[in-house]
Design a binder for this molecule. Structure first.
Ligand code: KIV
Length: 275
């Protein structure tokens, strides 16, 4: 049976029904198609795009135009999964007007179903304004990589009692602002558990332990495309080795004349059968 398109209300209902939510960050047509065929609930076109696909050192340089190209590519896979587009650095911070316009671009040009913004209480009024313009918003608190310059690195958050209370307040403020789900990144599991119990909207963890309502990983991490990964990543494949090996076999076959063979070539220009 073909599965139905996943909607924002369905994601919210999943928490009430105790069904865990599977989210993955992907950035292009083939990976979105494969993740969707595997039945993930949410595809996030994350601004991690900048680091894992475009080769930037942080997510900070990612632009709206770069995001739109990748959101469109993901949407061409016609996923049944909910497609959430990440709002890149400075696409929503400067003014509410910019935030609404850029969130609108993600929906109108990119074809996304929802957007994600980083930050807690400081972005709650922006989140509310975007929601009121009829664009569903996912929140993101804890280690918010767009604040890497403020944090001074990628560090686990919620170390002091004050920081823990602030994160709980952030989650409440985002729920109050109308966010339909909240990503909790790099938060100790007891705090992630407490937040998950205190808010009605689903929490989606990354480096936040087993008690969130769902989990997100970057597809390139779980597939093993990069060797250097944080401890919370579980690798389900070692694609880096497989791909390196395939390129290397291809190179040696070309160099030693084994590829291409006659049966891998056309003899008759009219023979289209085996294109
Ligand atoms: O950009 C991203 O992929 C993300 C997830 C890691 C939550 O924000």
């Amino acid at each position: 049976m073909e599965r139905k398109k996943i909607t924002v209300p369905k994601i919210v209902r999943m928490k009430r029904k105790g069904k865990r939510i599977v989210m993955v960050s992907t950035y292009d047509f083939p990976f979105a198609r494969l993740a969707d065929e595997a039945g993930v609930d949410i595809i996030l076109v994350g601004d991690t795009l900048g680091m894992v696909v475009l080769g930037y050192e942080t997510t900070l340089p990612v632009t709206m135009d770069e995001m739109i190209i990748h959101v469109k590519a993901v949407n061409r896979a016609k996923p049944k999964a909910l497609v959430v587009a990440d709002m890149p650095f400075m696409s929503f911070q400067a003014s509410v007007r910019d935030a609404i316009a850029n969130a609108g671009r993600m929906i109108k040009e990119g074809g996304a179903d929802a957007v994600k913004i980083e930050g807690g209480r400081c972005v709650a009024s922006t989140a509310r304004a975007i929601v009121e313009s009829k664009v569903p918003v996912m929140g993101h608190i804890g280690l918010t990589p767009q604040a890497v310059r403020v944090f001074g690195g990628y560090r686990v958050q919620g170390k002091t009692e004050n920081a823990r209370s602030a994160l709980i307040e952030d989650a409440r403020a985002l729920q109050e602002a109308g966010c339909f789900a909240i990503v909790l990144e790099a938060i100790p599991w007891p705090l992630a558990k407490q937040i998950t119990e205190e808010v009605e909207v689903p929490t989606i963890g990354i480096g936040a332990g087993p008690f969130c309502d769902g989990q997100v990983l970057v597809s390139h991490d779980l597939l093993g495309l990069y060797e250097d990964q944080p401890r919370y990543v579980r690798r389900y494949a070692d694609l880096a080795s497989i791909i390196r090996q395939a390129f290397s076999s291809y190179a040696s076959d070309v160099r030693n004349g084994d590829y291409p063979r006659i049966e891998e070539s056309y003899e008759d220009p009219e023979d289209h059968k085996n294109h």
